[in-house]
Ligand binder design. Structure first.
Ligand code: PGA
Length: 260
């Protein structure tokens, strides 16, 4: 079995629909120029408009590039959608199932599954986001919701592809609200995610898969969150738009892994 220390921590910055292209490239240059510890994987997810020019800025830096969403078909009459085929070969990661996609744009568990499955056929790495709303938490439904989202997303996915998958647990009530889950709350659900992966795949897959926490992660709370045994890094929204703070969060991931 793989100990937590063997999973390489990952910190992903989800810029959402923020920055113009020149502003984004400037932030990417700051990230590349800043101090980054060894042993932490860093991914930036800018808006689609920024991806291609940002590829050049990130090349050779070790910072990976990701898209915030992807469609489940390769080509066709799907106005406004972005094909995984078009991203494959130069974009490293895609994010699927982010709660803003699910709740603002009505994306279903089944659609998240189709996006995941298709992205994997193009050798993209995929961050799959899951998480409950405040109402669901208050009703005691957190685990049931997260289990359902995982079960549907990973239906029929080959265990061999799990080395290209990352799960991000993001309680909807903690996203962009400044209300972070406590380290204990986050750990409890991340551990449940790992147990569900064990049931869906195998103990080996569950132990090897990285599970991130997301929801109001800052340089102030990152170390405590990342020190939890089943939290292998973070999916960071607001704080990822400030390169110095984002780099502090990356540093916290390195320290947490060394000392846990
Ligand atoms: P936040 O966003 O860090 O601004 O809460 C996290 C996310 O939506 O991925």
């Amino acid at each position: 079995m793989m100990a937590a220390a063997q999973r390489i921590p990952l910190v992903a910055g989800n810029w959402k629909m923020n920055t113009t292209v020149p502003e984004g490239l400037d932030k990417a240059r700051q990230l590349v120029a800043g101090p980054r510890p060894d042993g932490v994987e860093v991914v930036v997810l800018p808006p689609f408009s920024h991806l291609w020019p940002m590829r050049e800025v990130l090349d050779g830096s070790g910072v990976a590039l990701g898209a915030q969403d992807v469609f489940w078909e390769d080509a066709g009459a799907f106005t406004g959608e972005v094909s995984p085929l078009a991203l494959s070969g130069w974009c490293d990661y895609v994010l699927v199932g982010h709660s803003e996609r699910r709740h603002l744009f009505g994306e279903t568990d089944e659609q998240v599954h189709r996006k995941l499955a298709r992205a994997l056929t193009h050798d993209l790495r995929v961050i799959v986001a899951v998480g409950e709303t405040l109402d669901e938490r208050e009703q005691g439904e957190t685990m049931a919701v997260v289990h359902r989202q995982l079960d549907v997303a990973f239906t029929g996915i080959d265990a061999a592809a799990l080395d290209r998958c990352v799960v991000a647990y993001e309680p909807v009530w903690a996203i962009g609200t400044g209300r972070t889950a406590s380290p204990e709350q986050a750990q409890e659900v991340c551990a449940a995610v790992r147990r569900r992966l064990e049931r869906l795949f195998s103990p080996q897959v569950a132990e090897a898969t990285r599970i991130l926490y997301g929801g109001s992660v800052t340089s102030g709370n990152a170390a405590e969150l990342f020190a939890q045994p089943d939290i292998d890094g973070g999916l960071v929204g607001g704080a990822s738009l400030k390169p110095p703070e984002f780099l502090q969060i990356v540093a916290a991931a390195a320290t947490a892994r060394v000392s846990s």
